[in-house]
Design a protein around this ligand. Sequence first.
Ligand code: ATP
Ligand code: MN
Length: 481
Amino acid sequence: MFPLIKELLKMPADGREVEVRGWVRTKREMKNLCFVELNDGSCFAGIQCTFDLAADLSEENHRALSLAGTGASALVRGKLVPSPASGQAAELAAAGIRILGEAPAENLPASAGRSAINAYPLQKKRHSLEFLREIAHLRPRTNTFAAVARVRNRLAFAIHEFFQSRGFAWVHTPIITASDAEGAGAMFRVSTLEMEAPSENGGTFPDWSKDFFGKKTFLTVSGQLEAETYAAALSRVYTFGPTFRAENSNTTRHLAEFWMVEPEAAFAELDDNMDLAEDFLKSLFNTVLQDCAEDLAFFDERIEKGIIETLGSVGASKFTRMNYTDAVAELEKAFNSNSAVFEYKPFWGCDLQSEHEKFLTEQIAGGPVIVTDYPKEIKAFYMKQNDDGKTVRAMDVLVPRLGEIIGGSQREEDLGKLERRMAELGMDTQAYWWYLDLRRYGSVPHSGFGLGFERLIQYVTGMANIRDVIPYPRAAGQAEF
Ligand code: ATP
Ligand code: MN
């Protein structure tokens, strides 16, 4: 295959003949020169193609140049030469250009054989992120979204590298599940039944036993329970895949469909789990700093000032660790002395609100914080119970700007304790027979956590809205594309 711009820019600019393919970002004319900047998305930079209009360019080339507007796709031939312009090492001394697909700068009426075409919407100017969300199919052609896509790709690969190099096996947990009480969030139903209103249905709800799976089924909110079964066999596993929550909240941190990474390790206690989460995040930060330097420089300049320095220092320092009780004490102290204004009054037993998480990370710790040992009432049934009878071995990793990025725990490995907790919560233990079997046969201490992949991307890029770090966001009322 022909070289990508990323590869061309690494070659010696020794006058070698090359061909470039990409989309025109800009075209400028100056005296007898015409500059066409081509970008192919392989890296942040494009390549400048300089045409000498005084040289004898063919009629065809002149015609092609006149069509080389922003958004058009083109193939340019020329020599790779050192660039006199600052900010780029090499450019193309172009000898010929062919337009592969035009992108009109103005609306075109319908003509024989095709419908009307509106002007290419991404003309050279700054567009709001809200506007770009409406043209999510074209936004990867902008600097911002192409950079997000490259960082996302690098992080996904880095996640596999991290776990694979530490003996974790990737397991594929089901997307359709019948466990409906994992407690992680509201679920989307999966059904092939005709959905009639109960009134038209003789006042009854559908008979789920007649549904495709013979029971109620949903899109998964977490692969954890199934991952635990594989950790109880392969020792260390992780999942990395799509996860669904029917969150009706309209926040900048929640999607209805997001990707989650869930490591689960046997013979691991909460301290091991915290160490793993911390090493994991730091290793990911360092990878993007190293391998996505150009993209990060862009985010630092245009999206979140200082992000490079923050990632560097967070990647090199120890995360603050505190238990929930101490965290609440700090919050109460700040609330009572009026040194912080909270909408929600903090108290022991409260679920930490995002304003509380922000305060802990930004004001108390000045960086990421791992909060442990939450009250059992606000955490899931499977978390290991502490001897105090009140708290569980939970751990949330909170980061400035976003709040929770990771949620995890040591799991309860004692059958009796787990059964009693499930009964207390009114859960049907029968439905979890297979999960409880892990505690019946060769039970071991084990721990794991879930990282929201999009929150990670938000953190490293500084992008404020989670809808801008996934190609096609799914949220309440939003399923276009
Ligand atoms: P939050 O309190 O922020 O809603 P949670 O406690 O419900 O999150 P967990 O069940 O602990 O979330 O899920 C593990 C991780 O998955 C979270 O730490 C977060 O990074 C991510 N996550 C959870 N819900 C969403 C969502 N709706 N969209 C994107 N990421 C999410
Ligand atoms: Mn959580």
